[in-house]
Each structure stands twice: as structure tokens, then as C-alpha cells.
Design a protein around this ligand. Sequence first.
Ligand code: OAD
Length: 237
Amino acid sequence: MLSAIRDLLRTARSIAVLTGAGISAESGIPTFRDAGGLWKNFRAEDLATPQAFARDPKFVWEWYDWRRSLIAKAEPNAGHHALAELEKRAAKFTLITQNVDGLHDRAGSTHILKVHGDIWTLRCTRCGHERHDPRPSLPELPPRCPCGAIERPGVVWFGENLPPDLWEKAERAASAADVFLVVGTSALVYPAAGLVHLAKASGAKVVEVNPAETPVSEMVDFSRRAPAAEALPLLIS
Ligand code: OAD
């Protein structure tokens, strides 16, 4: 099975990849729904919704600031590096990630669609201006835009739409792919998880890399039940 997946990846004309929190697990960043995951210890409604932010922006920011400091200490792992290497070899390659941690960028991937945003981006709640701020810990919470209004994390919260331009590109990449790799996601959160179905329905061979079964496991063509940092380097070797 390993050699069949390698052949697929070697001969594909167009590869699309969907990653989730699992790919960063071996970098020491907690996932959301595994044992010890963020949503086991925190309530999404209190931290990752526009209503929570409107109620208590400082509280929400403290949580994002804590996550920024965790991520700042982390390094991309062999899984992130393998995907950056795959991008170099593939004729056409799109990396769609639900992760906001920026580890794919740091590993050298370039064609990245961050459909859930980026934790290192701050967005003004009044004028919409966005800026990149790589400081692990922000000196003032909530931070303020030069226009004077408070900024929010540049991420997508529950109940919000994904950025339409990025989403359109993600759908186009999924439907054009002849190989679709789905890595480290519980495939529970839509619309992102819908990309797996779209790719399959459009004729892609779908390969899942995840130590656990997910709702898409039944429909994929190949499964590697292993951690991403172990499985991905083998798939591209
Ligand atoms: P989840 O926490 O829901 O799922 C993580 C997945 O990674 C699980 O299926 C695990 O089995 C798998 N996993 C764990 N360790 C792994 C490893 N070493 N290698 C590969 N896979 C591993 O995270 P996501 O699917 O990313 O959204 O969650 C989707 C969205 O829900 C997130 O983007 C976030 C969250 O709420 C928002 O905040 C909008």
C-alpha cells in the first residue's frame, strides 16, 4: 500500500492537501478534540465566537496570547517538512490548512490557503486593517489598531464565514486534484471537511494520514494509521 501511495504522489499532475491540528501535534501544539485537546479543557463558545469576543475581548485575547506563546516555542516537524518537499516536486500543489499556527510557512511551504486564518495576524474591529505581529506575547491586551479601535485575532470563529476568495481557491484545488491528501484532521468541522467529499466526487484518489479513524475514513482510497511526522516522510521518499 505504501508503494501505491508513493506512485500516486509521484505521478500526480495536481495534488491538494488538507491539514488539521494533528499535523502540529508532534510539534507540541495541542489539538482540539483529542484527549488533552483544547476543546476538552476550554469551551469554544467562551473563546472562539464573535459573541465571546464582544462580551470580553481581554479574556479571549489572553487565551490567544497563551496559544501564541506556545506556538512560538514550537518548531515545524518532519510532517510539515515533508509537505514542503512534496510541493517542490509536484507539478501543481495546493496546501489547504485549518491550522492558524504558521508552521507550514516556517517549514517552507508557499502555496498555502489558511482557511481558518492566522494567529499571527491582527485585524482591526473598526477599519478592518490587518497587520502581522510575530511577538509571542503582546504588551497590551486587547491590542489596538493605529486608528484607535481594538483589534481581534485574524482567525475564523465559529459562526463566521470562511474568507470567500480563499474558500473558492480551496474548492477549485480540491476539485482539480488527482490526489487529495487529508492529514491530521478529525474531519468534523465544515465547510473544511467538505473538501474531502468534493475531491472524491471530482475523481481524486484520497489518502488519509491519521492515527485514528475519522468520519471520512470509510470513503478514502488509502489510509495510513500513523502520526504525520512518521507517515509523511515515508510517503514522499
Ligand atoms: P481536531 O482536534 O478536531 O482533530 C485532530 C485530528 O488529528 C484527530 O483526528 C487526531 O486523530 C489527529 N491526530 C492526532 N495526532 C496526530 C498526529 N501526530 N498525526 C496525524 N494526526 C494526528 O483538529 P482539526 O480537525 O484541525 O477551528 O479541527 C478542525 C477545526 O476545529 C480547527 O481548525 C478549529 C477547531 O475548532 C476553529 O477554531 C474555527
